[in-house]
Design a protein around this ligand. Structure first.
Ligand code: DOR
Ligand code: ZN
Ligand code: ZN
Length: 353
């Protein structure tokens, strides 16, 4: 039961979530992933397209939308995946998705865009004004900024994690270039020392960085950084403990408590948190309003994050053991109270493109 006074906030929007449907349902599915979202205070999530098959064709999009419709507990929207094999589908996909996701450098199966000609075709084909989100690490951030400038196209840089990257983005913004960016809680609250402690459970892309990088991100929290997104990327314990452990960590249920703790410590204001986790994500991706939707948090609730009681199918968190302050108590979604005193009381099914 909540003991403190409750504070009402807008439903949060997480613009970077891997819900694993289709093809990775043993890691997460629409039901478990969106339950984790609601428990974490997110009433809207944007799902990433690196599924199997990838979300790069209209046929796959329609099948996934139907599954989300049947099982999702919060509003789910989708990114189109830029695949060299299906570039002709982009104009159609653009009509039913919130943005295009390009994997610019690392190898992520069929969605890797490895050469300049294909990158240019993506920018030439995707409608101007609808964001292109890029997984770009290190030097590839400069490629994203260059393309934004050349094509006058809005580019959103995902999970910025290094001091050099955030400095470059700040410079691009100072020139008025149409770029936005997000950072994740794991890059704000963990360092490479945690990666050593956590082993595969602290491995993701981009990798955890130095404390100087973390400090640089915090120095830009009120200025250059537009959004906080989780990059919720669940993998099973068995996968993490096996050979070739896949990178990625879950984050939906821990992001808000971590950020509210930072508010309690005076590292950012509650108003700024709401901008980073609700207003800016909705504005950048043009997300629909959610009437009669809010969350209530107990800002005084002090507890330790734990693997116990998580809704994500993977059942673990890299943040377990960390002391936090701030807890989601109630969630109202489209007029229905669905989460009360930390428990699901009503299952509504909500989704849009
Ligand atoms: O660590 C990561 N995991 N980074 C990515 O970009 C992909 C993600 C995943 O899908 O597991
Ligand atoms: Zn990524
Ligand atoms: Zn991701």
């Amino acid at each position: 039961m909540p003991n403190g006074k409750l504070t009402r906030l807008p439903g949060l929007a997480d613009i970077h979530v891997h819900l694993r449907v289709p093809g990775g349902e043993h890691k997460e599915d629409f039901s478990t992933g969106t339950a984790a979202a609601i428990a974490g205070g997110f009433t809207t999530v944007l799902a990433m397209p690196n599924t199997s098959p990838p979300l790069a064709t209209r046929e796959t999009l329609q099948a996934i939308q139907q599954q989300a419709q049947a099982a999702a507990l919060c509003d789910v929207h989708f990114y189109a995946g830029a695949s060299p094999d299906h570039l002709d589908e982009l104009p159609v996909l653009a009509q039913e998705t919130v943005g295009l996701k390009i994997y610019a450098d690392q190898t992520y199966g069929p969605l890797r865009i490895g050469n300049l000609a294909t990158l240019l075709r993506c920018f030439q084909t995707w409608p101007r004004g609808k964001p292109i989100a890029m997984h770009a690490e290190g030097r590839a951030v400069a490629i994203g900024i260059g393309l934004a400038a050349a094509f006058e196209q809005r580019v959103h840089l995902c999970h910025v994690s290094r001091a050099d990257e955030i400095a470059l983005i700040a410079a691009a913004k100072a020139r008025g270039l149409p770029v936005t960016c997000e950072v994740t809680p794991h890059h704000l609250f963990l360092t490479e020392a945690d990666a050593a402690r956590l082993g595969p459970f602290g491995d993701m892309r981009p990798r955890l960085a130095t404390s100087a990088d973390v400090d640089a991100l915090w120095a830009h929290i009120d200025t250059t950084i537009d959004c906080i997104s989780t990059d919720h990327a669940p993998h099973t314990r068995a996968e993490k403990l096996g050979p070739d452990a896949p990178p990625g960590v879950p984050g939906l249920e821990t992001a808000l408590p971590l950020l509210l703790t930072a508010v309690a410590e005076g590292r950012l204001t509650l108003e700024r948190l709401i901008a980073l986790m609700a207003h800016n994500p909705r504005r950048i991706f043009g997300l629909p309003e959610q009437p009669e939707t809010w969350i209530e948090v107990d800002l005084d609730a002090a507890y330790t994050l734990s693997d116990e009681g998580l809704h994500t199918k993977c059942g673990w968190s890299p943040f377990s053991g960390m002391a936090v302050r701030g807890k989601v108590e109630h969630v109202k979604l489209h007029g229905a109270l669905i989460f009360e005193n930390g428990v699901f009381i009503h299952s509504t099914k909500r989704t849009r493109s």
